[in-house]
Ligand binder design. Structure first.
Ligand code: GLA
Length: 455
C-alpha cells in the first residue's frame, strides 16, 4: 500500500461511541495492524464506554475468549486489479440462512433447498442470485489453523455446497467475523470456539477462494470488547486481504451502524448494515425504515446502506406490511436478502418480490437512496430521483387506519411540469399529473408512484 494510503482518511470520524486517535502520519499495513491493537486505540475504546453491539436480546454474555492472536501479517501491496466500488453496482440480492433458520437450524439441505427454490420460483430471473451461509457452519480449526466445517451439518463439505449453488447459475456467500467470537457464540450459545478470523484473515480468505465464495458477510460481533479491535481498521484489513487474493468477492460488513459506516466504508465494503438486527414484526420493520431517514444521499453504486435483510415470509407480518417492507427497501436502494422458506411462500408474495417496477427503482443506476420529504401524523412521503429523468415517490401510511395521502410537486421538490404517472406497486397507469399527487393507502401500507416528464 502506498505511503499516502487511503486507509487513514477512511478511519471514521467517530461522532459517537468510539473515537480513534489520529497521529496524522501516513499509515501502511504494518502500522495499520499496529494501530489496531495500539494502546491509544484500546484506551480510546475503553474510555469511550461503548455500549455492546449485537441483537437487543438478553444481556447474558457467555464466557469471553480473550485471544492470543493478532491479525495475520497482511501484504504491503494490493494488486489493485479491481476497485471495491466496481463490484455490486446494483444492491446485491439473494437469500441468507439467518432469518430463516438462525443458528440451530443451519445445514446443507436447507441451503441447497433455498438455491433450488430461488430457481423454481423464478426469483433468479428477478435478480436474486446470492445464496449465503450465515453463522454456525463452523467446527473449529485444525492444527494448522484451517477453519473446519461441521460435518454433521454439512456432510458434503462447503465446497460441494458452493459447487451445487454455482451449478444452478447462482452465487455463493459465507459468513465470518474479524474477532475471535462469532455472534452465534454469544447470542445463540453456539459452543464451537476459535472460529473467528482474528489471526487467520489471509488463511480464511484463501479457504473461501478455494470454495468459490463470491460474497462475504463480515460481522463485527463485539470485537471491540473481546479483542479490542477497531472496526474501520478491521474492515480495511479484510478488504485488502480479499483484494490480495485476486477474487472479486463482494464484501458485506456489519457493525450495526454504530460507527457511522456510511462515512468511511465506501471503497472498503460494498454494503454495510445501518441498524441492529431486524425482527419479523411490524414495530421492527417500521423502526428500520425510520432509521434510514437521516442517511439519504449516503449510498451509491458499489457502496450501499443495508437496513438489514428481509423478514418477508416470517412471523406475523401482514400482507400490507409485506408490501411496505419490500417497497420501502426498494425506495432505499437496499440490498434484498430473503431469509425464509422460499418454497412455502404464497404466489402473492412471490409477485411482490418480483415486481419489476419496484426492482427497477431499487436497482436504478443513480443509486440514490430515497429522502423522507415529510412525516406528519404518521404519514410519510419519500422521494428519489431516477436515472431516466423520472422520480419515484412513496406514500407510506404508518397508521392502523386507511387514508388518502397527497403531495404537490413543490412539496416533493420535483420541478413543475407535466408528468405521466404510474402506480409502481400495482403496476397500473394513473394518467397525467401536473400539480398534486394523491393515492389511497392501506393501513401500514405503501404506494409507490413513478413520474416521468411528458415528452
Ligand atoms: C448478528 C447479525 C445477524 C447474523 C447473526 C449470526 O446478529 O446481525 O445478521 O449474522 O449475527 O450470529
Amino acid at each position: 500500500m502506498a505511503a499516502s494510503s487511503p486507509t487513514r482518511s477512511r478511519t471514521p470520524a467517530h461522532s459517537g461511541r468510539a473515537r480513534q486517535r489520529s497521529t496524522g502520519a501516513p499509515i501502511g499495513f504494518g502500522a495499520l495492524i499496529g494501530a489496531v491493537l495500539s494502546a491509544a486505540t484500546v484506551g480510546a475504546l475503553v474510555l469511550s464506554g461503548m455500549a455492546p453491539v449485537g441483537p437487543p436480546v438478553a444481556e447474558v454474555v457467555p464466557e469471553v475468549v480473550v485471544p492470543q492472536q493478532t491479525p495475520d501479517p497482511a501484504p504491503t501491496e494490493v494488486p489493485g486489479s479491481w476497485a471495491r466500488e466496481s463490484l455490486a453496482l446494483e444492491p446485491p440480492m439473494g437469500w441468507n440462512s439467518w432469518n430463516q433458520v438462525n443458528c440451530d437450524g443451519l445445514n446443507e439441505s436447507v441451503v441447497k433447498a433455498a438455491a433450488d427454490s430461488i430457481v423454481a420460483r423464478g426469483l433468479d430471473k428477478a435478480g436474486y442470485e446470492y445464496v449465503v451461509v450465515d453463522d454456525c457452519f463452523q467446527a473449529g480449526r485444525d492444527a494448522a489453523g484451517t477453519l473446519l466445517v461441521d460435518p454433521g451439518r454439512f456432510p458434503s463439505g462447503m465446497k460441494a455446497v458452493a459447487d451445487y449453488v454455482h451449478s444452478l447459475g447462482l452465487k455463493f456467500g459465507i459468513y465470518a467475523v474479524p474477532g475471535s467470537v462469532t455472534c452465534g457464540n454469544y447470542w445463540s450459545k453456539y459452543p464451537v470456539r476459535g472460529i473467528g478470523s482474528l489471526g487467520h484473515e489471509a488463511q480464511d480468505i484463501a479457504l473461501f477462494v478455494e470454495w468459490g465464495v463470491d460474497f462475504l458477510k463480515y460481522d463485527w460481533c463485539r470485537a471491540h470488547i473481546n479483542d479490542r479491535l477497531d472496526p474501520a481498521s478491521s474492515f480495511v484489513l479484510i478488504d485488502t486481504v480479499i483484494k490480495q487474493s485476486g477474487r472479486p468477492i463482494v464484501l458485506s460488513i456489519s457493525e450495526y451502524g454504530d460507527y457511522a459506516p456510511w462515512t468511511w466504508a465506501p471503497g472498503v465494503a460494498n454494503m454495510w448494515r445501518t441498524t441492529h438486527d431486524i425482527h419479523p414484526y411490524w414495530v421492527s420493520i417500521l423502526k428500520h425504515i425510520n432509521l434510514q431517514a437521516p442517511l439519504a444521499g449516503t449510498s451509491k453504486p458499489g457502496a450501499w446502506n443495508d437496513p438489514d435483510m428481509l423478514q418477508i415470509g416470517n412471523g406475523g407480518i401482514s400482507m400490507n406490511e409485506t408490501r411496505t417492507h419490500f417497497a420501502m427497501w426498494c425506495m432505499l436502494a437496499a440490498p434484498l436478502f430473503l431469509g425464509t422458506d422460499i418454497a412455502a411462500l404464497p404466489e402473492e408474495t412471490i409477485g411482490i418480490l418480483t415486481n419489476p417496477e419496484l426492482l427497477a427503482i431499487d436497482k436504478d443506476r443513480l443509486g440514490i437512496q430515497a429522502a423522507r420529504v415529510s412525516d406528519v401524523g404518521g404519514l410519510q412521503t419519500w422521494m428519489r430521483p431516477l436515472a431516466d429523468g423520472g422520480y419515484a415517490v412513496a406514500f407510506f401510511n404508518t397508521n392502523a387506519a386507511a387514508t388518502t395521502m397527497s403531495a404537490t410537486l413543490a412539496n416533493l421538490g420535483i420541478p413543475a411540469g407535466s408528468y405521466t404517472l404510474r402506480d409502481a406497486t400495482a403496476q397500473t397507469d394513473l394518467g397525467a399529473a401536473t400539480d398534486t399527487l394523491s393515492a389511497p393507502v392501506n393501513p401500514h401500507g405503501t404506494v409507490v408512484l413513478t413520474l416521468h416528464p411528458t415528452a
